[in-house]
Design a protein around this ligand. Structure first.
Ligand code: ADP
Ligand code: MG
Length: 344
């Protein structure tokens, strides 16, 4: 009946913990796995089966890259796709559950600025997430070459698109937890946000990193809000860190900074100094003081980088702030600052 189908994300969340094991994906022959049909199964397991892609239907092509959650390949499944092989131990029922829970998050996302989720391989040992393949550059590459690629109008449009995608995810109750310029693609004027939710799996990916060394990949720190930085320690699992909507907004602040400077804030600092400066709020004060980005840009940056998470703007508010920026004349705008140039 209708009411059963219209499960909210919270309801799915609480239900799936009991039912994930019973999805029966293992017992079904590949051709039936996707639409496996026991009508008495719970709604959750029906959802899971609808999104299951049998591994043998995929054609794996070249390795695109490897990040902390495993390898990403280009591949084919009814056209070109990105295949993220997830290194979760499928024999561990708890870990498998967590993987499927993340997949459930992807399932309910439909927005122009959010990556298209196509399905997942959920039958061990082949666990993978299948999305559309992004042909463009990552925003990281774009901002590093910004002088040739970005003008002020493009910069604002990109920011507005990210804010739209993020306010959509937040409205769905999804916290990204890994918002960064490398997880945003920019192709023919379109922005696509990827890799939300993967962080929820960080406790279970196999990398033998259960040792007492705090692993801080290059480029991760710059997006972490002060309350997260202060919680970082070798004892604390990454999945225990206090991620929140406000922490996503902080990360967007860093992207806003990158869009205007082409750099990460104080990116040359050694990690220890960064941890101290950004955990205490001093780093933000320094950056805001010396970046000279102009009043409007700095206002938005401060609204994202507020020391206390409760003081940060929401993505809905950021959308309004971006909308209200003074209109620029395309001809006069030049890459770099929002300085108002004089007519020559
Ligand atoms: P990171 O985000 O830290 O770069 P990832 O594991 O997410 O690491 O990605 C590994 C590589 O795969 C990166 O080069 C990334 O740009 C690429 N990649 C990830 N998702 C896609 C996608 N949907 N389409 C094309 N390339 C992708
Ligand atoms: Mg990524």
């Amino acid at each position: 009946d209708e009411a059963d189908v219209e499960l909210s994300s919270e309801q799915v969340d609480s239900e799936q913990t009991e039912d994930l094991e019973e999805d029966g994906l293992d017992e079904l022959p590949p051709c039936n796995r996707r639409f496996g049909g026991n009508i008495h199964r719970s709604q959750t397991s029906v959802y899971l089966q609808e999104w299951n892609i049998p591994y043998e239907e995929l054609q794996l092509e070249e390795l695109v890259g490897k990040g902390r959650w495993g390898k990403v390949h280009r591949g084919r499944w009814h056209g070109e796709v990105a295949i993220r092989l997830v290194e979760v131990d499928g024999n561990n029922q708890e870990h498998l559950k967590l993987f499927k829970k993340e997949v459930m998050n992807y399932r309910q996302t439909r927005h122009d600025n959010v990556i298209l989720f196509m399905g997942a391989c959920m039958a061990p040992p082949h666990l993978a997430i299948i999305t559309s393949f992004c042909r463009g550059m990552t925003l990281y590459t774009v901002v590093r070459e910004r002088a040739s690629l970005l003008d002020n109008n493009k910069t604002r449009q990109i920011a507005q698109d990210i804010v739209n995608g993020m306010s959509y995810l937040h409205a769905k109750g999804i916290i990204h937890k890994d918002l960064k310029s490398k997880n945003i693609f920019y192709d023919t004027n379109k922005v696509v946000i990827t890799d939300f939710g993967l962080f929820g799996m960080s406790g279970v990916v196999q990398e033998g990193r259960r040792n007492s060394v705090l692993q801080i990949p290059r480029g991760w720190l710059f997006y972490l809000s002060s309350e997260i930085v202060r919680k970082m320690s070798p004892e604390e699992g990454e999945n225990q860190l206090p991620f929140s909507k406000a922490a996503d907004v902080y990360a967007f602040g860093t992207i806003w900074y990158e869009l205007h400077t082409g750099l990460w804030p104080l990116e040359k600092l050694p990690v220890e100094a960064h941890l101290w400066l950004f955990g205490s709020g001093e780093g933000i004060r320094r950056e805001l003081g010396r970046a000279h980005l102009g009043k409007e840009v700095t206002e938005i940056l401060s609204a994202c980088w507020s020391f206390h998470s409760a003081d940060r703007a929401t993505f809905t508010q950021l959308s309004d702030m971006l909308e209200k920026l003074p209109k620029l004349n395309r001809r006069l705008s030049h890459p770099g600052h929002f300085r108002k140039t004089q007519e020559p």
